[in-house]
Structure formats: C-alpha cells, structure tokens
Design a protein around this ligand. Sequence first.
Ligand code: LLP
Length: 427
Amino acid sequence: MHHFHYDQAGILCAEGVPLPDIAREVGTPVYVYAAATLRRHYRVFQDALDGLDSLIAYSLKANPNLSVLRLLADLGAGADVVSGGELDRALRAGIPGERIVFSGVGKTEGEIGEAVAADILQFNVESVAELEVINRVACEANRSAPIAFRVNPDVTAGGHEKIATGHRHTKFGVPIARSRELYARAREMPGIVVTGIDVHIGSQILDVAPFRTAFRAVAELAGDLRADGHDIRIIDVGGGIGVPYGDQPGLPLGTYADAVRDTLGMETRLVFEPGRLIVGNAGMLVSSVLYMKEDSERRFVILDAAMNDLLRPTLYGAHHQPFAVTKPGARASQHPCDLVGPVCESGDVFAEDALMPLLAPGDLVAFSTAGAYGAVMASEYNSRPLVPEVMVSGDRFGIIRRRPTREESLSLEVPFDAEPDTADCSP
Ligand code: LLP
C-alpha cells in the first residue's frame, strides 16, 4: 500500500499534497517520496517478523537520501552499506555502528578502516583476499573485526539476470561447499572474530521457493559450523523481496517470514537487508509533457524526464506504471502512446503502447514505484542536471535534494591545456 491517490478533483496527490503544487514550485522532472509510505513499509515488515530476533538493516543502495535515512533511523532501522560513502551517510543519519553491516565484493582498505573505526556489527566477506585485508587493518588498529562469509548457495532467483546474484556463475560470495574450510582459516586470524553467515540471492524476487532453498542451505551450514566450534550468532539473510510494479503483486511478507521461521528458526539473531521493499512504492517520478509527436504509425509523448533520471526501463526493461496527474473523466478515451524522454538514444523509452488519456504539452505524467533505484541511479548524461528529490509528510513537503545549478554541475571540472596543435596531418 502507498499514499499516492487521486483527490476528489481528480488530481494525483502524495499524501495531502497535489503533485502539481510540487511541480510548480520545484519544476520537473522531480522525485516525490511519501514519508507515510516509508514508515508503513518499515512497520509492516517489522510486524511480519514478529517473534524473531531481528534487525532490519535497510539497504542504502536503493535510496540513500539522508532524509530517507533519518526517517528510517528514527524507526530503529540499521543499515546495509557497500561503500565508504554509504557508511558515512548511515552514520550521519544517526544509525549507530552496531546496527551496520558492510557488504560488497570490493571493499577498499580505506573503507575497511573506516568501518573498523565505526565498530560495525559485521563485515560480510566475499573472498579470502578481502578477509586478509580486514585482518591486517583490524590488527593495525588493535581491534578484531566481526565477520560473516557471504555464501553463494547456487540458487537462481531475481527479477532480471542483471540482479540475480545467488548462482555460482556470479562474482558474489564464496561457494557454500567450500565455506567450512574458509571459516577454519578465519578463526586462525588474530584480527578476525567469526560472528555469522550471510547470504543474498538477488533482487525483486517474487517467488518464495529460492529463498527457502537458500535459507535451508544456510541453516545446515550453521549447524556444521557450530559443530566445528564456531560461535554463529548472526544470520544475515540479505534483501531481495519483490514488490508490486503495476498490476503485478509483490511477494507476500507473511509467506517470506514463514520461510525464514521454518528454515532458520527463532534462536539466532537475524539481519534483514531490504531496500526496494521499504522505498520502492514510496516514490514517484513526476515529469511534464514537452511535445506530442504523431505519425501514421506511432504517437510519441515526449517528456522532460529521461533515462538519465530513471534508468530502470532502459537498463532492465522495467515497467513503471505511468499515471496522468490530472485524472481524465470516467468516459475519456484512452490512447496508446509511447512515453519517451529527450535523450539521444532510442532506448530512452519509459513505456511503449501505454494507454493514456489524450495528453497535451504542460500536462504532468507520474511514474510509480520509483522510490528504489531511481534517483540514486540518475546521471547527468546529455548534460542534464541531476534530478531533485522532494519528501511529503501530511500536507507539507520539503526539497530533500535540490536540482544543481549549471555552475555546480561544472564545478568539478578543471581546465587542462593540451599541447599546442602541431597540425601534423600524417596518419
Ligand atoms: N543486500 C545486498 C547484499 C544487495 O546486493 C542488495 C541489492 C540488497 C541487499 C537489497 O536488495 P533489495 O531488497 O532492494 O532487492 N538496480 C537494480 C537492483 C540492484 C540490487 C542490487 N543489490 C534495480 O533497479 O532493480
């Protein structure tokens, strides 16, 4: 459930704020998040996990805006981070180190040092080479770093091949069959303390079966490792819960939680790393129609939002349901059209043959389920400014990331004079 709805006048609102009010003040394109939806999703997940000893470590990569993080921190969320930048954001938002896990295949020495200093809950380690660096950095700081190996259970799951991470051909994790041997090596290292097991099999997973398979394998491994004398206190089950996009239903949270209870039981402390589940349906991307362009075959609606603002349709063929911000009357006819952006690539398409009311320049179109992997994956491609973000709460809204000025966008560039042209035209 989310908090975007049409009011009685047929205007699409975020909570109590009509989207045209935001478009007028901030301009378009703009991302709009509903604080009530963020809170609701967090609480609904928390309720589903009732009875489990759980930590919800929100996966920052889905949406790391500080205002989003502060709101979740106030609810008691932890964080799953994958870089020094994300660690810094989590700490700035008030999430204490003891609620932070550090994932990712390529942590640098510097980032590991920052995480050791922040006394994080657990490093989710992806290779022996990385483990050795963590050990060295921790020893140099006279500390011991808590670790879990991210195990690869060789399970195929996920909404798209580019986000399926649990099968053995990916770069992720260590083969589960080899992990006992690796845990034994970790135990010998003076800067390492083994605390848990980690698994993450992919994203936008709508079927519970691969979760069950992976969790069962992890439960078995936990038994083996305990028999080997390891103190496995934490099982981190990763993220990946699929959410509704358009008419497609999400993975029922009760079903997911039952899979966790059935396989991993109630005793061990469990860490969950949801990203999309918390923020996906809490955000919409609002854009304006610039032009209509029709020929005998197609009707294009050219928007001021583009693939640089919301990359998912171009990158994964993802569907973000478009809505006319001003609802047409019940009897208005629907016209199939292609919703496209201004970027100079034919892949800059949000939706093909979308059924929309007759649109005109200046009308607003909003795309749903854009709160996760939306703004955070935006770029300045085509020298378009980074898209701003707004948060709504009740009948108020605030700009939580403004659109940069041209000067700001250019400010990192430093002129460099190449050698004078010698006009030598020889090949
Ligand atoms: N934990 C780890 C270790 C991850 O790699 C991810 C996502 C998550 C948690 C959070 O997964 P979620 O609950 O959000 O599914 N850009 C893609 C999604 C990439 C996900 C990468 N890892 C998209 O737009 O669909």
